[in-house]
Design a protein. Structure first.
Length: 84
């Protein structure tokens, strides 16, 4: 009978114990309005799953989509300003 051995090194908890850098935390802070808007959109969509969509639900989802688009626009413009 042949033995089976792993060809790659094992991933240990030691290699995953790193903290995010200050730059990564700053990037998360910049993206937080977009993240929150996307969560709000997801919540609005989840609320419409188990029942027929009514006018209030349509408005809620539409407003949430607009917030996501607005947050993406702000983030894209801020990123473009930083690059230029």
């Amino acid at each position: 009978m042949k033995t089976i051995a792993a060809l790659q090194a094992l991933v240990t908890a030691e290699s995953l114990d790193i903290e995010p850098s200050a730059a990564e935390l700053d990037a998360i802070d910049r993206e937080m309005p977009l993240i929150l808007a996307e969560v709000e959109l997801l919540d609005a969509q989840i609320m419409t799953i188990d029942h027929p969509v009514n006018e209030v639900d349509e408005r809620r989802v539409r407003r949430a989509r607009r917030r996501v688009l607005a947050a993406r626009r702000v983030l894209a413009n801020a990123t473009a300003d930083e690059v230029a």
